[in-house]
Structures are given as C-alpha cells and as structure tokens.
Design a protein. Structure first.
Length: 316
C-alpha cells in the first residue's frame, strides 16, 4: 500500500478512540457546570458526540479492501476466460496456416503468460482485430461472427473490470487519508477537553481526573471493582452485594457460580446488570453462591473483581 503524507496523531486503534471519546462525552456531561467556567457548553459535547458517531461508522479499511479484492477476483476470472478464448482462436490460425507461419506469429501471443494485465487487454484486442480481419478465411476452421461478438464483449468487460479494480485501489488510498484526517480531528477535540478536565480535577478528585487522562496513547480501560462483599441476614432470603464505585462505569455486570445452576465449579454465569451509580444489588438466593462483578461503559468492560462468597441461611 502507498505511503501517505498524513499520519495519526494517536497510537491506539480507531475503535479505542471512539470508545474513549464516548467516555469523555459522558464525563463532560457529568461535569458540565465545572466546564462552563472555561467556555465549554452542552453544544460542545453534542458536537463531539456527532464527530464520534460519524467516525465510528466511517468505512473501515478492511471493508474497502474487501471491495478491492472482489473487483480483483472478477478481473482475474475474466482474464482466465479470455486466455481460453485466445487459445481457441490461435488454434484456428494454426490449423489454417501452421504454427510457424507469419500469420500465426502476428498474433503476438507467445509471451501472454508473462505480460501485465494492461498489456494483456491490449494484446487481446490485437488478436480480436486479426480474427475479425481474417474471419472469412477462418470460417472453415469454425470461426463465426457470434464468437467474435462474444470475444469483443469479454474484452470490454475485462477492460471495465480492470478500471474498477484501479478505482477501488484509489478509493482505498483516499479513504485511508480521509480516515486518518477525521481521526486526528476527533482526537484533537478530545485532547483539548481532556486538558481542561484534568486542570479542573487535578488535586481535587483523582477519580474524575483519571476520566480525562489519555494513558500513553491507549484507551483508558475500567478498573476492576474492588471490595466486593456478599452479605446476608438470618431470616432474610436475600443476599446483598456491595462494592466500591469504579470511575467511568455506567453499569455493573453481576456473575454467579452456584451449585443450583448446574454449572461446573469455577464457571460463572451472568446473573444481572446493575445500572450505575448504585454500588450494590439485592436478590433472592437460598444456596451457597460465589460472586464476581465487572464494571462496564458501552463496549468497554473491566476485568472480574475478586471473588466473594456467602452462605444464605433461611430462618425456619
């Protein structure tokens, strides 16, 4: 692939950029009253979200490359078909005048297996022109006008396919530049708002400060939940989970590993999802249960918390 004059200003992937931008938008919405002091309004968040959404649905390189590969396959199939047509045409010339004849040599097909696609199309046109010029004499070898018409159509289809392949290669190059430029523009806005957010919360709230930190060019993930506990009260059929809030989390996935689920030891199943900011959940349970939770924000999910265990005792 060709070298481009534009380069990314960020070192993480495009999906990571959109995930982080979404996280920043959520943090800015939460901190709007603080940001307003620096001239940042709700409209700024809306505009950033719009840029993020547009960048997220921008065609990926893999998608465009697949279109290029499809065009290449069509072109290659037509070349293979054209080789067969030319072989049959050459055989008629050989049968009519001999393989060592000047007419056979004038076909110019000796090196056709080594020439480029562009040269192949031109050479095919030369063969077509020769066959058309000599169609009356070659009629005795089975050449018909229908065969010539079919050959002409195939040559034009090959020419169109080659042009489409070149167009797709050019589109891929153009979209690569456009994608990098759009990503850099998005990253520029995110970086600006992150600098403001860090200034606001520096020395004031470490958790919120971290919401605006771009960790060495990679997406800041969610920390795993800490201090998970499972509490029960004799006579109460419910178990209550509690944990420390995770900065940036919008929800928490609760997993359990219990004998009554018929699962092997150590296998966890999703029990429910708890919307943040509450850091607790209560539900009916009447057997020994092991619990783990994950923090979540959109497509970003933390590692499991440490395991918590409880035994619920039902009073008689």
């Amino acid at each position: 692939m060709a070298n481009f004059t534009v380069q990314r200003d960020y070192r993480f992937t495009d999906p990571d950029l959109t995930n982080f931008t979404q996280h920043v938008c959520d943090s800015m919405t939460r901190d709007m009253s603080n940001l307003a002091v620096f001239g940042v309004t709700a409209l700024a968040v809306t505009n950033l979200q719009t840029l993020c959404d547009a960048f997220e649905i921008f065609p990926t390189d893999d998608y465009i490359y697949q279109e290029f590969l499809t065009a290449t396959e069509v072109k290659d199939a037509l070349i293979a078909e054209m080789r067969g047509i030319i072989r049959n045409m050459a055989l008629r010339v050989e049968l009519k005048w001999g393989k060592s004849s000047a007419k056979y040599r004038s076909l110019g097909i000796i090196d056709m297996s080594q020439i480029s696609d562009e040269a192949f199309t031109s050479r095919a046109r030369m063969v077509f022109a020769f066959m058309t010029e000599n169609k009356t004499e070659l009629a005795s070898e089975g050449l018909t006008q229908g065969m010539l018409d079919d050959m002409e159509d195939k040559i034009q289809a090959l020419d169109d396919a080659k042009r489409l392949q070149i167009e797709k290669a050019s589109l891929r190059a153009d979209k690569t530049v456009e994608r990098v430029e759009n990503g850099n523009a998005l990253y520029g806005f995110v970086s600006r708002y992150c600098e403001i957010g860090k200034r606001i919360w520096d020395g004031v709230n470490p958790a919120r400060f971290d919401d605006y930190v771009i960790y060495g060019g990679s997406t800041p993930g969610l920390s795993k939940p800490q201090n998970l506990s499972a509490n029960w009260t004799i006579g109460d059929p419910t178990v209550t989970l509690n944990w420390d809030l995770v900065s940036g989390a919008t929800s928490y996935e609760i997993y359990t590993c219990a004998v009554n689920y018929g699962l092997p030891s150590g296998t966890y199943a999703l029990l429910s999802e708890q919307t943040a900011p509450p850091q607790g959940a209560a539900f009916v349970a009447d057997k020994r249960n092991y619990y783990k939770i994950k923090a979540k924000n959109g497509t970003v999910v933390s590692d499991y918390s440490d395991e918590a265990w409880t035994e619920v005792v039902i009073s008689s």
